[in-house]
Design a protein around this ligand. Structure first.
Ligand code: CA
Ligand code: CA
Length: 274
């Protein structure tokens, strides 16, 4: 009796807490015989059960470990996808004493927390508001210009940030209004973060405010034009060293992972078999 009790307790601990951030062990309980939206739902439950929500303030602290540039200039400054110049000198950097906003007027004034999936769409509620896998440090001015516009590819930029991120009308068939286009180096990073969000919150997103990014379904989640942009970006900009390091470091805080960084092939296994 006592022995059984101990075994049950151990199973409960290992089954519900996901104490490990080890990549293989983290996914060990997932079914291997599913794909498409059936697999997406299983993955969603797995990401939710292991997720330990951190506070909004804790994000700024976490960024000191998760979002340092140790891969591009490797100067240990804050890695901001909206200002990083992967091919040369950054237009400005946020070092260890870099300022979080605050007021800003120009690029380089201060950084803040950018919700890749805009927080207005879920009324700034947690756990979405502080989910590190879609909330990134970014320059305040560029973040403000992006606003709540969907990501996409622009026909012609009517505003360009210092690292070349663009705002303009979308060239996607099916959507021609304003979109924000990050630089090529970070297109896959952003696509995988948005796809994580679609899976983690698949049962919540249809109840969020309407946006051209979503289609109202629990299954596909994103509108076809938007999903096509993300799938294209995911393929053209494969997982980088920086993303792998960030995924590992972020798990230490939040206890779950972005599965599309660990298993890029799952993107196609979910969205391209349906
Ligand atoms: Ca840099
Ligand atoms: Ca990239």
């Amino acid at each position: 009796m006592k022995k059984l009790h101990t075994t049950t307790l151990l199973l409960l601990i290992s089954g519900s807490v996901f104490a490990t951030c080890n990549q293989d062990a983290y996914y060990a309980g997932l079914p291997t015989n599913l794909n498409g939206y059936a697999f997406k739902s299983k993955l969603s439950s797995h990401l939710e059960r292991s997720h330990r929500s951190i506070s909004y303030g804790a994000l700024l602290k976490a960024y000191k470990k998760t979002d340092r540039d140790t891969s591009y200039d490797a100067d240990n400054s804050l890695l901001d996808m909206y200002s990083e110049n992967p091919a040369g000198r950054d237009p400005y950097v946020y070092g260890s004493s870099g300022r979080s906003c605050g007021q800003y007027k120009n690029e380089g004034d201060c950084y803040n927390r950018e919700h890749l999936f805009p927080q207005g769409l879920f009324n700034k509620k947690r756990p979405m508001k502080s989910d590190i896998f879609h909330v990134y440090p970014s320059d305040g001015k560029v973040n403000g210009m992006r606003g709540s516009y969907p990501f996409g590819e622009v026909v012609e930029a009517r505003w360009t940030s210092e690292n070349g991120s663009k705002l303009g009308n979308s060239k996607s068939p099916g959507y021609t209004r304003t979109v924000f286009e990050p630089i090529d180096e970070f297109k896959g990073d952003i696509a995988r973060a948005m796809l994580y969000f679609a899976v983690r919150y698949e049962s919540d997103i249809p109840r969020f405010k309407e946006t051209p990014m979503t289609d109202g379904s629990y299954e596909q989640t994103y509108s076809t034009w938007f999903l096509n942009v993300l799938l294209k970006w995911h393929k053209q900009d494969p997982v980088s060293e920086h993303e792998r390091k960030r995924n590992d470091a972020a798990c230490n805080y939040q206890k779950n992972r972005n599965p599309f960084i660990d298993h890029p092939e799952w993107v196609m296994a979910i969205w391209e078999v349906n």
